[in-house]
Write a protein that binds this ligand. Structure first.
Ligand SMILES: *Cc1c(COP(=O)(O)O)cnc(C)c1O
Length: 437
């Protein structure tokens, strides 16, 4: 193998990273291998992983059960086109998803990434109304602080201020934005937020095809937690005003919030559900869009009668087999106890940071810990200090957050939160140029 300096130099000069400039600064850090919640860097330093590679690697890296399933599937069939053909891994995955997801979601569309799963959800919603001779329903209603992906249809429903709207406005479809749900999972609310949403619906429901929202946790648009009751009322409003309800559980799906799916907190079933990220336990890129049979039948009985989407790598057998192994592993584990164990630890270690000046709010839900800072310019510094402290974090804006693998050991979890606290307080101290108490 070429030496690491050489590889990293090439990387800097030729490879784009997520939301980065070229050459990227600071330069990306080389990773040699992974195992469980451990990341081994090119210079052999060890980091404890606090990110699960963006919500995905819920069982940690290189889990032997998943790896065995992947090896077995490679030996049998890595890929086959899905047009006109089908296979056991896809069928068995669809069976699992139909069984596990909220009631009524029975038609499954497989795609390659979360953004595409959302694109498909939006296309399905539009095509549903076209099929029912209501082609004027071409708009979406969503809430501020949302994140649904980086592609064009999804960008248009990401938060208009902290998303990419300013940059791409002329190319984006215009949709309706309601204020975000009030912050707080277990608050008593005056319902002003849901009333604002109803006002928009009452005015515009004739042209609205669907409402999109991330249930309970708004992820990349602000790492905000909100109350189940909001979701329940939103679901009811969708029925009252005859618009579809698209739930984006790409981040929350598969246990992260303490329920298998965050919709369960409100005991609701959306019309359309998107899954991704943890679907394969973070081992391969795979996503799914589930709908009710009412929707799939309406589309199939309309004109042209076909759902107009079909990616080349649709339902890749290797990815589906990996997802099956990951789901079985999750269900056979004591994942709920693990989420509670992590939640309790995060509460004990991160919530006290609420007392520290410079920290706007520390909040915890399920296996998600968020520290929101007052200022938004410390992310890079905190990441650098975190690596020095032996942990991997990827802050953005004013948000420093962790969502570790469910099976992270208590010892690693302790190192993670200690390192996180230390990195944040050190960065704040440096930035204020005065000691904190
Ligand atoms: C990550 C994410 C997406 C986009 O998924 P990609 O796989 O990155 O395309 C969409 N919605 C939510 C809620 C997400 O967290």
């Amino acid at each position: 193998m070429q030496n690491w300096n050489h590889l990293l130099q090439f990387d800097q000069k030729h490879i784009w990273h997520p939301y980065a400039k070229m050459p990227s600064t600071p330069p990306p850090i080389g990773v040699k291998k992974t195992n469980g919640s451990q990341i081994t860097l090119s210079d052999n330093r060890q980091l404890i992983d606090g990110m699960s590679s963006w919500w995905a690697c819920i069982h940690g890296y290189n889990h032997p059960v998943i790896q065995q399933a992947m090896h077995d599937q490679i030996d049998t069939m890595s890929h086959i086109m899905f047009g006109g053909l089908t296979h056991q891994p896809a069928i068995e995955l669809a069976q699992r998803l139909v069984k596990l997801t909220p009631k009524g979601l029975e038609s499954v569309f497989f795609s390659d990434s979360g953004s595409v799963a959302m694109e498909v959800a939006i296309k399905i919603a539009f095509q549903y109304w076209i099929s029912l001779a209501q082609p004027q329903k071409t708009q979406l209603l969503t809430v501020r602080n949302g994140y649904h992906g980086d592609t064009f249809a999804t960008m248009a429903i990401c938060d208009p201020d902290n998303g990419m709207h300013n940059l791409f406005t002329p190319s984006l479809s215009k949709h309706f934005f309601s204020p975000p749900p009030q912050m707080g999972f277990d608050i008593k609310s005056d319902d002003k937020d849901i009333m604002a949403l109803e006002t928009l619906l009452a005015q515009h429901h004739q042209t609205i095809a669907a409402i999109t929202i991330e249930p309970i946790v708004q992820g990349a648009g602000g790492m905000r937690f909100y109350r189940p009751d909001y979701l329940k009322q939103l679901s009811k409003l969708c029925q009252d005003y005859n618009v579809l309800f698209i739930a984006d559980e790409i981040a929350t799906g598969f246990g992260r919030t303490g329920k298998l799916f965050a919709c369960e907190w409100a005991n609701i079933s959306p019309d359309i559900l998107c899954l991704g990220k943890a679907l394969t336990g973070g081992n391969l890129s795979l996503a799914a869009t589930l709908t009710t049979q009412t929707i799939s039948q309406a589309i199939s009985q309309g004109t042209p009668g076909l759902l107009m989407h079909g990616p080349t790598f649709m339902a890749n057998p290797l990815a589906c087999a990996t997802a099956n192994a990951s789901i079985d592993l999750l269900l056979n584990s004591s994942w709920k106890e693990n989420i509670e164990r992590i939640e309790t630890h995060l509460q004990h270690t991160l919530l006290p940071l609420n007392e520290i000046p410079g920290i706007k709010e520390a909040r915890v839900l399920g296996a998600i810990g968020v520290i929101e800072l007052e200022r938004n310019d410390l992310g890079e510094t905190i990441q650098t200090i975190a690596v020095k402290n032996g942990i991997w974090l990827r802050p953005f804006g004013q948000l420093v957050y962790t969502m570790p693998a469910y099976n992270i050991s208590n010892e690693q979890l302790k190192q993670l939160t200690t390192g996180m606290t230390k990195s944040i307080t050190t960065a704040l101290k440096e930035s204020m140029n005065k000691p904190l108490n």
